[in-house]
Design a protein around this ligand. Structure first.
Ligand code: GAL
Length: 432
């Protein structure tokens, strides 16, 4: 399926159909109480901690800040963004601050296992009251709310958006110049790799990638393609054996795909890798759909200047992640944080932010026609596809597991370990 179809589905309709997110809501131990427990005050400013520090990501944040400034003109927005895609630098820094009792007023956290880490560590407050206060109880898909909810039913963050991770972005001119049909539909990774061979033989960089987290991002899509949605899900709940022959075969595909990539990858972050495709310096890039914002920011048109399709072998599956915002325990400006959370959850905030960010609103009541052609395909897919959890973006595993998988991946792709070692290190990482 090419990702350039128009859809007439409404967000609300789409999100109600077949959304099957596995709830991840165990072991909450936050201390509860968001607004009436004596920690009010600090309405004059809000430090917002994200990793949306530059480029199209900052443009998304700026759009949200624009709505915030309209809705809360008396609260000063303090930008606490820390550069590094996927929070590659931000998450460690955040953890140091939380442990030093120096939290920002609110921070970005992925719905799912990553948020659960903060809940388990009692680092974030129950914001259930704010759902009532802001009228949010029914505006998000129930299964998404489950991912920001603890076992006792308390809700711990407000989702801002939904992103899709399993997308290939391609430069049609580069493909045509090398005799490859930009409209080709690849049944599986093998079919795709035949074209990657052609490009490599022609001296073109077939596939761009960047630093470790983008390699883990590629890995998750290859595991999904090789194993299928059910067995991929099983990697995270223990029902799929990481030492199996199927995983070995997927890792061989990953190794092969890495052989098509740019050698300067470890010094780059996602914007540079995607830019290689925008500039015609690489044919393909696998990246989450924040990439569409980079194309659109540079006035590139879907279907003409770039094409997008699900990673071969993953058609019909939506590799899901969502950003959300929290109220940290001990936030110095909790009322400023609540003002920010109100804007994050508002329809106006979600429309402005997601239009610029490439994601789709977490709210189900936005009008799809306000969004780009690509985003309309994402809205449709989110409504009808099988949903799985992203590894690289905090939905599938706790941060410690992701860090161990990232370390093993970095060793493997830099040549410091062989495939058998890599596989057993991944198996050990997944055990926690
Ligand atoms: C993800 C995040 C996205 C985007 C991406 C690249 O983890 O959820 O919103 O920022 O990283 O930095």
């Amino acid at each position: 399926m090419r990702l350039n179809r128009r859809t007439s589905a409404t967000v609300a309709g789409a999100a109600l159909v077949g959304l099957a997110l596995a709830a991840c809501s165990s072991g909450g131990s936050g201390d509860g109480g968001s607004g009436d427990d004596g920690n009010g005050g600090g309405a004059d400013e809000v430090e917002v901690f994200t990793w949306w520090a530059a480029g199209s990501e900052k443009a998304g944040l700026d759009a949200l800040v624009g709505v915030f400034n309209e809705q809360h003109p008396d609260v000063e927005f303090i930008n606490g963004a820390v550069a590094g895609g996927a929070g590659s630098a931000a998450k460690d820094l955040l953890q140091s601050r939380l442990q030093a009792q120096d939290p920002p007023d609110t921070f970005q956290a992925h719905a799912g296992a990553e948020l659960q880490d903060y809940i388990d560590a009692a680092q974030i407050e129950d914001v259930s009251d704010l759902y009532d206060e802001f009228g949010l109880t029914d505006v998000f898909p129930a299964d998404l709310v489950d991912r920001v909810t603890a076992e006792d039913g308390a809700i711990y963050s407000i989702p801002s958006n939904v992103h899709r991770a399993n997308v290939v972005w391609a430069n049609p001119t580069v493909l045509e110049e090398n005799g490859i049909d930009p409209a080709a539909e690849y049944a599986d990774l093998d079919a795709w790799m035949a074209d990657l061979d052609t490009l490599q033989a022609a001296g073109v960089t077939p596939l761009s990638v960047a630093t470790t987290w983008t390699q883990v991002h590629l890995l998750e899509t290859v595991l999904l393609a090789g194993l299928g949605a059910e067995a991929y899900n099983g990697l995270w709940d223990g029902s799929t054996d990481w030492e199996s022959a199927e995983v070995t075969a997927a890792l061989e595909d990953f190794e092969q795909l890495m052989s098509y990539t740019n050698s300067d990858r470890d010094g780059l972050d996602w914007p540079e890798a995607t830019q290689m495709v925008i500039d015609g310096n690489a044919a393909f890039n696998v990246m989450g759909d924040w990439a569409v914002a980079a194309f659109e920011e540079q006035d590139k048109a879907l279907g003409t200047d770039f094409v997008a399709f699900p990673v071969p072998g993953t058609d019909g599956v939506f590799d899901f992640l969502a950003d959300s915002f929290t109220l940290p325990v001990g936030a110095p400006h909790p009322d400023g944080a609540k003002a920010w959370l109100e804007t994050v959850g508002s329809l106006e905030g979600q429309v402005a932010f997601n239009k610029a960010k490439g994601s789709i609103p977490a709210r189900t009541d936005a009008d799809p026609s306000e969004f780009s052609e690509y985003q309309q395909t994402a809205i449709e897919s989110f409504g009808q596809d099988t949903i799985v959890s992203s590894l690289a973006h905090g939905a599938a595993t706790p941060v410690a597991t992701l860090n161990a998988i990232s370390d093993a991946t970095s060793k493997f792709t830099s040549g410091a370990s062989d495939l058998a070692t890599y596989q057993s290190e991944l198996a050990a990482a997944a055990q926690g």
